[in-house]
Design a protein around this ligand. Structure first.
Ligand code: FES
Ligand SMILES: [Fe+2]
Length: 369
């Protein structure tokens, strides 16, 4: 089950009445195109209906009794009731709470609440959705175009996350994943000493990969993770989904971790951190203990991710950063993200040490209009 945190409540409280600093939003739009993780598959058993925010609007996510995942726009086309407040699954249909009109899995109205024939062409609007690694993802495109790429599984079903923590943060999805390319922050923020670091983000692909070998700096507060060297391999797919494999060789411990996010309004996103322990001390954890062990490691993982929050909460986006030797491949990452927007971005500029622009803007190759 997802778990909301006090950080989340703090952020929501801070959001109420706050002024948005326009310098924080130099992106062409607040919502890059792509797949966004909105909940775990295990949060949505057959028959359940949940509400989520995506790009400033509600969506309704439900699963039919046979297990079909569906995501729809929230308002009933009959008289406008919100299907996320009292809508219910009846076999393969979603039933509106107001007059009990029923909509099948194609969105078509198949029944009214009065036993009268359903009005012709009365339909819910379906939103594209999929599941990967046991996470429910929803497609967003600022122009309403259908998806042109898919998120693929990175683990077999027995290693999918069963628990996650959800944070509401004042940030932009591009900025959160830039953290992975930001080699320079691992020492100061995560108290980690990198022995190696590699990053690959082809302009032609919707994925990026990063890996590093590292050891904790002295006196870190990461419990068992402080013990020894570890290796992390991350694969991001778009700006809504990243999965990681963490190996701690001396402890015989292999973990899988996820960071999935969804922009909920122009300045806030929900970040979900999931974790699954694959092996611990060389063993597959006994079934009865495995959930407890997952939760224990999730606490440690979230503690580490949360070290970034005070910086994210208060920083601005520097479209022309002053990069120096020792920084990570920030501009490579920023060139890669262009495919998730239409139009031109300012971000492919960096300022070199002599003050020159490192690169001029380039038309987004994915702009199809
Ligand atoms: S508003 Fe949904 S059935 Fe009437
Ligand atoms: Fe970080």
């Amino acid at each position: 089950m997802s778990e909301r945190t006090s950080e989340n409540r703090d952020q929501l409280a801070a959001h109420a009445g706050q002024q948005v600093n326009p310098r924080r939003l130099p992106y062409p739009n607040a919502y890059p195109n792509g797949w966004y993780g909105v909940c775990l598959s295990s949060d949505l058993p057959p028959g359940r209906v949940v509400r989520r925010r995506l790009a400033g609007e509600d969506i309704v996510v439900y699963r039919t009794r046979s297990g079909l995942l569906r995501v729809v726009r929230p308002y009933c086309p009959h008289l406008g009731a919100h299907l996320g407040y009292g809508g219910a699954v009846d076999h393969e249909n979603l039933v509106c709470p107001f007059h009990h009109f029923a909509y099948d899995s194609t969105g078509a109205c198949v029944r009214t609440g009065y036993g009268t024939p359903p009005p012709p062409n009365l339909k819910l609007t379906l939103v594209e959705s999929c599941e990967a690694d046991g996470i429910i993802l929803v497609w967003y495109d600022v122009k309403g175009n259908p998806s042109n790429w898919k998120v693929h599984d990175t683990v077999p079903s027995h290693l999918q996350p069963r628990t996650c923590r959800t944070y509401t943060l004042r940030d932009h999805p591009q900025e959160v994943f830039e953290n992975i390319a930001d080699r320079g922050h691992f020492g100061p923020i995560h108290k980690t000493i990198l022995n190696s670091f590699s990053f690959e983000a082809p302009d032609t692909e919707t994925w990026f990969k990063a890996s590093w070998d590292a050891r904790p700096a002295a006196r870190t507060n990461l419990g068992i993770w402080s013990a020894t060297n570890f290796r992390v391999e991350v694969e991001g797919q778009g700006l809504g989904f990243a999965s990681a494999r963490v190996v701690i060789p001396k402890l015989g411990t292999h973990l899988r971790a996820w960071a999935v996010q969804v922009p909920i309004d122009p300045t806030h996103l929900e970040l979900r951190i999931g974790l699954r322990v694959e092996r611990i001390f060389g063993q597959i954890a006994p079934r009865l203990l495995s959930r407890l062990i997952d939760r224990a490691f999730l606490v440690l993982q979230c503690k580490d991710v949360a070290r970034d929050f005070p910086v994210w909460r208060n920083k601005i986006h520097q479209p022309r950063p002053r990069l120096v030797k020792g920084d990570g491949p920030i501009m490579e990452y920023r060139r890669w993200v262009r495919k998730f927007y239409y139009g031109e971005l300012e971000t492919p500029h960096a300022v070199t040490d002599n003050g020159d622009r490192a690169r001029t803007p380039v038309k987004n190759p994915s702009d199809m209009t």
